[in-house]
Every structure is written in C-alpha cells, then in structure tokens.
Design a protein around this ligand. Sequence first.
Ligand code: SF4
Length: 448
Amino acid sequence: MALSGLQIFKLLPKTNCKECGQATCMAFAMQLAAGKAELDQCPYVSDEAKAELGEASAPPVRRVTIGAGDMAVTIGEETVLYRHEKRFEHMPGLGVLISDEMDDAEVDGILEQLSQQEFNYVGQTLRPRVAAVKAADGAALAALAAKADEKAGAALVLVSEDAEALKQAAEPLKDKKPLLYAATESNFDAVSAVAKELDVPFAIKADSLDALADLGQKAVDGDFKEVVLDPSSATLGEVLRDQTLIRRAAVKQTFRPFGFPTIGFPCNMTDDKMQEAVFASTFIAKYAGLVILSDLDPARTMPLLYLAQNIYTDPQRPMQMDQGIYPINDPDENAPILVTTNFSLTYFTVSSEVEASKVPAWLCVMDVEGQSVLTAWAAGKFVADAIAPFLKKSGIEEKAPHKKVTIPGYVAQISGELEEELGEGWQVQVGVREAADIPKYLKQISEN
Ligand code: SF4
C-alpha cells in the first residue's frame, strides 16, 4: 500500500545532506510518495527502513533509461491513468528498425536520418532517438549495433532471442545502456542473467497478458528494476486493450509484474505505411514507452512526435516563453512594435508570421503565466494597466523611440485606455485578429 510523504519521512535519516538531489529529507520523502524518486537515491537509508519502505515507495511504473547523452531515452515513472489526474511524465521514445536483411546503403540512409532528423515545435526540439537493431547472429548484431551507435549515437534496442548474441552485441556498448529484447518463457533465465551481468535493461515478451504477468513476476522476484514489457499485440484492438490493462493494473492495483513501461513495434504489424502510423499513434496515445517504426519518413514522424508532445505536456503548466523583447528580422529604431502574451503557441504563431513577412519588428512578450491573449485579457492580466507598466519597464523605448505600439485585434477594446495609461506621445494601434493576416498588416504599416 502506498505510504504518505510523512510516513516515509519518519523512516529517513533526517540529516538533510542533499546527496539525493533534494534540499531536505522531507522533500525527498514527498518525491518518493509521488513516485518521482527511487529509495536507492538516498545512500543512508537503514536496512530496516529499506525493508519497511521497499516496494511501497517505488513508482507504480518503473523508470527505465536506454541510451546515453543527448540521445538517451527515459521512459516510465508514470503514476496516473489519465493525464488530467496529474500529468504524464516521459514522452515515448520514437525509433526505427534496422536489420542485417537491409543493404548497407539503406542502413546508412536510415542512420543518417536518425542522426539528423529533428523538429522544433513551440520551443521544443523533438526527434526520434532509438534504433532497434535486428540480426541473424551475434556477430552481425554486434556489427550493426556498433554502426548505429557510431553513426547516430542512437539509444539501442538489440533484437534477438539468443542470449549469447545479445551479450556479444551489448557488452562493448554496455555503458550506453542498450535494451536487450527480449526475454521470453523459453530464455528468461539466460537473457536476464546477461542483463544482470552487464547492468543493462531488458524487455520481456509473451503472447498473452497472463504469460506476460508470469514473466513480470519473475522479473520482480529477481529484483530487476529496468524492465520493459511487450504484450505482442497484433491488432489495433489488442494494442488498446493490452496497453490499457497493463497501465490500469500498474497504477490502480499496484500490480508489480506490470509495473514497467512498454514497447510497441508498429513496424511489424502491417506493410501499409499509413496504417503503421495509426498503430504508432495508438501506442503513443495509450501509454507505450518505446515505439518502433519501419522508417523515418518525416511525413509520419513529425505528426507522431507532435502528438506525443501534446499528450505529454503538463496540463497544469502552460508552455510559456520568457518575458522580454524579441527582435525579428533584424529591426532598427524605426521598426514596428508589437505586443503579445507569453503563451508559447501564441508566441510561435505570431513570431513565425512576423518572420515570414520579412518586415523587421520588435515583438514585446508579456508574462501572463502562459495564457493566450483572450484568456489573459478575461483574467485581467493582459489589460491596459498591466501592459503599460510592462512596456515602459521593458526598455523598448530605447530600442525604438517612436512610441507606436500594436496590440492584438482581439483586445481592440483596451486601445484607448492603454494609450491613456502609456501617456504623452504614445500611440496604440489595433492589429489583426488572425496571425495569418500579420504579414499583410506589417507591410501596410511599414509603408505608411
Ligand atoms: S540523501 Fe538521504 S539523508 Fe540526505 S537529504 Fe536525501 S533523504 Fe535525507
């Protein structure tokens, strides 16, 4: 049964030494209670406390990290079934399958894409990071894994049911924490022994949820913490069912055999690329930790990454920009001044249209706790007596002393009051409502 932060705190050393990364033992206890920390992050917990806290303090879905450096992927550590209950913690890692059945040029092309492909969306860089490497024997698996590491620095999933082959490929790369895929009913002991020896994560795979639960129990009994589950779902319905049942059992019943993140292989489920994207999006929407595709066509990877980002954004914390003045297209002292809010989507929509207009401009972004223009206005945060002091303190007058400022068309009603608040010499212009109309508007006012 889950313990409260206070119950956990009573069992900690209470020295506030900070070695766990938290400022106090109480803060660490709260993190443990929320499933956001692992007990072994505190080196001073007594054996008695460990026995008492033990499993009760572990997150219902264990954290697993594969890969290293910028390409590392951390999954799991989830505590809820629905995002609105709190938030989802770690975006699934998107990856691609390469195999020794492909010719060198094809493998090189995929690895080149994996190393280069990235998308910037509302201030975040999104990219695939995982290479699932499959080969017929240990030597070929080791060679392909080494290549994927060298050319793309990818987080690796080593695909084989031969424990010796997995060991041959994983041993030289063990510091990069490759995922051994997979232990089954027939090779569990051998694959888990390799995982233990090399200190790397491993996946367990079974053809039914009952069989997967049996393997999960063996992993729990063996005190394995970095484990990934594959229920071998073959249809869209099975993906939905299996992923939901696993997550529900983990977070609602604290069923430890299912208390690990999952992996899905849409690449193996269909030859139809669009259908593969549908499978992948279902895995992403329904809890999968790793999703492996057959290629990295940006027409599919981009929307899949955006989907993951949307689902894994904290619903209680709007994505926001820092307050400040953002110069666009190299503005000078005569360039127009625009003002908007610091909701990321607003900023990126407005700034990309200003950029596209090629008209130099100053974009003044005001901190309204990440709300959009109308929401912030309705909440009394993007109103005349708040915008005026922001503009005056922002330093925009030194950069562009003409004192003409454009406000979003949606808050046209505050223009008179804002002009009064700003005082002598200021002129407030009402801009457009839709961002798509910004280029035309900017060209008009810069010609006048
Ligand atoms: S490492 Fe342990 S003793 Fe030190 S602050 Fe963290 S919980 Fe307290």
